[in-house]
Write a protein that binds this ligand. Structure first.
Ligand SMILES: Cc1ncc(C[n+]2csc(CCOP(=O)(O)OP(=O)(O)O)c2C)c(N)n1
Ligand code: SF4
Length: 250
């Protein structure tokens, strides 16, 4: 019988530790599929961040460096500059990338470093028990905003994709979601494009993936998927904001 569905070679067989309904597992798979597509497994270095995706090295059959909280983009830049024939990607949550790691990602993007960043935005600090993140929506309850995020005290949810797309440096900046089969298909395509950019030496690629955290949102997996469509996408619209076709010539 023909096998039509199997584990990507770039993934190990270790079962995920993620909670039921968490999108981290889907995003892991899409990244592994992209690595398989371009036969990159042997030459890829992942940079893990701090958060629920911290065990990246358990699930990817590639070399992985563990970066201190927020420093993944800087670690990836250094790694790529030393091992320029390798493919280097980071995988970061919104607490990691948009709070403690804001400076690192902005400067890597502005330099147009030839790395790929996968940014998983679940609008909360997942691993540490549901504190407010820079991406937490207005009115969203968290352990540190028990009455809901209020812009007068907490500011507005930060739109990293729009911020980075405003810079000259990046080559691909896009926001996707994986809450429906149709959105998974679109996300697969964009994540693949992001790695293709790096393979072709075209510079910095950044994909934000809107993601669930049913555990800290306090909802069922199905309701979490619905929340992506009803609350997150209206504030964080999907789409590719920037895509360069050619390398800039100085
Ligand atoms: C320097 C430092 N500060 C704080 C922490 C605690 N910490 C660990 S994970 C985390 C938040 C992770 O949230 P996010 O990046 O959104 O990832 P998620 O778990 O939601 O996937 C924090 C604050 C730490 N490990 N190191
Ligand atoms: S706490 Fe949230 S982000 Fe972490 S594994 Fe569970 S659902 Fe996923």
């Amino acid at each position: 019988m023909k096998q039509v569905f199997k584990r990507p070679e770039s993934m190990t067989s270790k079962p995920f530790h993620f909670c039921p309904g968490c999108h981290h597992g889907i995003v892991h798979r899409l990244v592994a599929e992209a690595l398989d597509h371009f036969s990159l497994r042997e030459k890829t270095i992942g940079v893990a961040s701090v958060g629920c995706s911290v065990f990246l090295y358990d699930y990817f059959a590639v070399d992985v460096i563990e970066a201190p909280h927020g420093r993944a983009a800087a670690v990836a830049t250094g790694t790529k500059r030393v091992l320029s024939d390798h493919i280097v990607f980071t995988y970061q949550g919104d607490g990691d990338l948009a709070a403690i790691g804001t400076a690192e990602v902005i400067h890597a993007a502005n330099r147009g470093d030839n790395i790929t960043i996968i940014f998983v935005n679940n609008s909360i600090y997942g691993m540490t028990g549901g504190q407010m993140a820079p991406t937490t929506l207005l009115g969203q309850r968290s352990t540190t905003s028990p009455y809901g995020r209020d812009y007068r005290r907490d500011g507005y949810p930060i739109k990293m994709t729009e911020m980075l797309a405003a810079l000259e440096g990046p080559s691909l900046v896009s926001r996707v979601a994986v809450n429906t089969p149709a959105n998974v298909k679109k996300a697969r395509k964009v994540i693949r494009q992001a790695f293709q950019m790096q393979v072709e030496g075209k510079g910095f690629s950044f994909v934000e993936v809107l993601s669930t955290c049913p555990t800290n949102w306090g909802v069922t997996p199905q309701a979490a998927n619905d929340r992506i469509a009803e609350e997150m996408i209206p504030y964080f619209p999907l789409g590719t904001l920037k895509q360069k076709d050619v390398i800039d010539v100085l």
